[in-house]
Ligand binder design. Sequence first.
Ligand code: T5A
Length: 215
Amino acid sequence: MRNQKAQFITLEGVEGAGKSTQKDALCELLDVNGIRYIETREPGGTPYAENIRALLLGSSDEAPQAKTELLLMFAARAQHLETKILPALKRDIWVVCDRFTDATYAYQGGGRGIPRGWIQTLEKLVQGERVPDLTLFFDVPVEIGLDRADRRGNLDRIESEDIEFFERVRRTYQEIATRDPGRVITLDATVNIERLTQEMISRLMGRWGLKCRPG
Ligand code: T5A
């Protein structure tokens, strides 16, 4: 474990999958193991990128075109990666990030129908070879996720899309997980919060050789 390089970890899933809830549990696991980390999110994560987030998720009279949305996601990512994520990793600090480029493949690619090749081109431009070391994909049927998000309230512009949009998003996430099983751990997010946390923690402890679990 001591020789483990700082990890770039991302959490993904449709709305209401439970990412934010499980991010807290993951951070607790890192805390009890004495691992230094930062928590962050996309779109956003720095003041400048958070301004772009507000543009992306807020409602206005003029909705962004799919290409505009795509480019803004990567604009925010470029800022976030260069000024926050990469400097942390360089200082041997782990990064726990709520969503990253898989979300662009899922939402702008699967959801909006933007060709995968365009996203790959932007990914290369913005990230070079940098991809997350580990991605936790919280897989939940769209109706369950949306119902949870709905009960939480305040749906943003993207959360207000129709169910077919989110079905395509979920399918794209599943395809990514199938294509890249070494990086992506799929977790059944239909179970209750405590069981999901247990499952996640046991998978992570095995992977990183951690000794202590929270609680
Ligand atoms: N986006 C993002 C793109 O389109 N392209 C991109 O490239 C990127 C990076 C960002 C939006 O931007 C889009 C995707 C998104 O639409 P966000 O800030 O990540 O949005 O917010 P959401 O994903 O919408 O976050 P949510 O809060 O809706 O989902 P979470 O974090 O998955 O869910 P969480 O943990 O907040 O839980 C929601 C509710 O469910 C309960 C919780 O208590 C909470 O009330 N819950 C459970 N209930 C039962 N069983 C469980 N296992 C539960 N887990 C949580």
